[in-house]
Design a protein around this ligand. Structure first.
Ligand SMILES: *Cc1c(COP(=O)(O)O)cnc(C)c1O
Length: 480
């Protein structure tokens, strides 16, 4: 046994050297991406080939170079910094927030309780209070950071159920007849949360949407009355701001009014589209969000920081505690203050990444102004892109965009016997394989559409025009 093993593994000089090299490499990589250099956005390999490749690296007995390893990983990753990336809702993080991520990982201050992460616990309180201010909840509200919108939605649903005073599920276990009313366009994590909570398929009451994929608010009362008649207690209504598939915002004010009237918890899934609240131009889209009881917002989508970083906000600061125990009152301090400094009482997580550090730094350095510009730029681009599509004869939109998400498809002027689903699916595959542009595909009313999410502030309309031209070329080849 080499006695020096630990000295080597924790060698500060080696770390310094590797670190410098890695930062140089990442800076060059970012420059290449942003300069729009010739490179595939997604260097596509079939999963089995990818696995084979990495297994080979793993099992190889040759010398392992950290530099080569990092380089290789970069090359084989999906290049979300490239302005031709318009795929999933993941942002190229501000490079400084990646540095904050490094210090978070390095210090490993887990923050289940204050003493594990004193600085990060306090920073979390500061950034949550900052966010609450935009909701108008700064006095009575509360919240915390957690690892992702899916976990955030589950946490908020637990709080909603626990607030349903007729029963204390935390103490007594579930009983039949509890349900949540959700948009039929909700993110799957809502349905999954309800099922994790043991409420089954009966626990999910889907509200139909209109032509704009928004909850039909005039149906709400009938649907609720129908549930009540069947002996079902609806403990929450969930609205989208915005929906994942088509990026459309529900009428939050109408949903809020309905929930207030019927005394039902109102949750807004604002994982993607919540940051519209920072934009003078687009904040009308979230009108009514202040009527919610809880909301979830992802920092790693429209707030420019690395995944996973999500805020769960509550209008009433008692609720995050009650999500996990009805007997939360013991957490009340002598002065009647709730203990914000131990995060474990409010999250599913015990040890938690000190994710507040990067958020704190991002806000301190750039403020809400940068988020506003980012929202404006990407939402504007979506409208311009939709305009381009409307001006053609051979493309069509699924719906006019609200956000930075645009769903569209190729539809030849004389489609004849062409199967549009097959054609669009093949076009998307071909685009992905050739690598110059990257977008995803989605299913809308059982038809296949291509879906662009503009997540990169350097993507411009010229590039998107070029992409439409390439799609047209691919389509011609496909139809031959
Ligand atoms: C992305 C998304 C989620 C899930 O968030 P994760 O951070 O990926 O877990 C939930 N709801 C909506 C509306 C989303 O867009």
């Amino acid at each position: 046994m080499n006695d020096n093993l630990f000295e080597k593994a924790y060698d500060p000089e080696q770390f310094r050297e590797n670190g410098h090299r890695l930062i140089d490499m990442l800076a060059d990589y970012m420059k290449a991406c942003l300069d729009n250099e010739e490179m595939p956005v997604l260097p596509w390999k079939e999963p089995a080939d990818q696995e084979k490749y990495w297994r080979g690296v793993f099992n190889s007995s040759g010398k392992f170079s950290i530099e080569d390893f990092f380089k290789d990983y970069l090359e084989k990753s999906n290049h979300i910094h490239h302005p031709h990336y318009a795929g999933h809702q993941v942002v190229p993080p501000l490079p400084l927030t990646a540095l904050a991520n490094l210090i978070e990982a390095f210090t490993n201050n887990g923050m289940a309780v204050y003493e594990m992460g004193p600085a990060s616990s306090a920073m979390e309180k500061v950034v949550i209070d900052w966010l609450l201010g935009f909701w108008g909840w700064q006095i009575e509200g509360g919240g915390m950071l957690t690892s992702g919108g899916s976990l955030g939605n589950l946490t908020a649903m637990l709080a909603a159920r626990q607030s349903y005073k007729e029963m204390d599920v935390w103490e007594n276990g579930i009983r039949n007849g509890l349900a949540v009313m959700v948009s039929s366009e909700s993110h799957y994590s809502i349905e999954r949360a309800v099922k994790i909570m043991g409420l089954g398929e009966k626990g999910v009451i889907r509200i139909p949407v209109d032509d704009h994929f928004r909850i039909q608010v005039n149906r709400l009362q009938d649907i609720l009355d129908d549930a009540v008649e069947k002996g079902i207690s609806v403990f929450a209504v969930v609205g989208n701001a915005c929906s994942t598939s088509t990026g459309k915002y529900d009428d939050l004010a109408a949903l809020g009014e309905f929930c207030r009237k019927n005394k039902i918890w109102f949750h807004v899934d604002a994982a993607h589209g919540g940051p519209a609240i920072f934009s003078e131009k687009y904040k009308h889209l979230v009108n009514g969000i202040e009527m919610a009881d809880s909301a979830v917002i992802d920092f790693h989508k429209m707030m420019l920081v690395p995944a996973l970083t999500t805020a769960v906000l509550y209008k009433d600061k008692k609720n995050p505690f009650e999500a996990f125990t009805q007997k939360a009152r013991y957490l009340l301090q002598d002065k009647g203050e709730l203990n914000w400094w131990d995060s474990a009482g409010r999250t599913i997580e015990c040890t938690k990444k000190p994710m507040s550090v990067k958020v704190f730094m991002m806000i301190k350095m750039f403020g809400a102004g940068l988020i506003e510009k980012f929202v404006d730029k990407t939402y504007d681009l979506a409208r311009d892109f939709a305009g381009e599509i409307d001006a053609t004869d051979d493309f069509e939109l699924a719906v006019q965009p609200d956000s930075n998400i645009v769903c569209f498809r190729y539809k030849p002027i004389t489609p004849g016997s062409v199967d549009l689903d097959e054609l669009n699916s093949n076009i998307r595959d071909e685009l992905k394989n050739n690598g110059e542009y990257y977008l995803v595909q989605t299913n809308i009313n059982d038809e296949i559409f291509m879906r662009a999410s503009f997540m990169n502030p350097f993507t411009d309309i010229g590039m998107m025009r070029d992409m439409l031209g390439q799609i047209r070329e691919i389509a011609k080849l496909e139809m031959n």
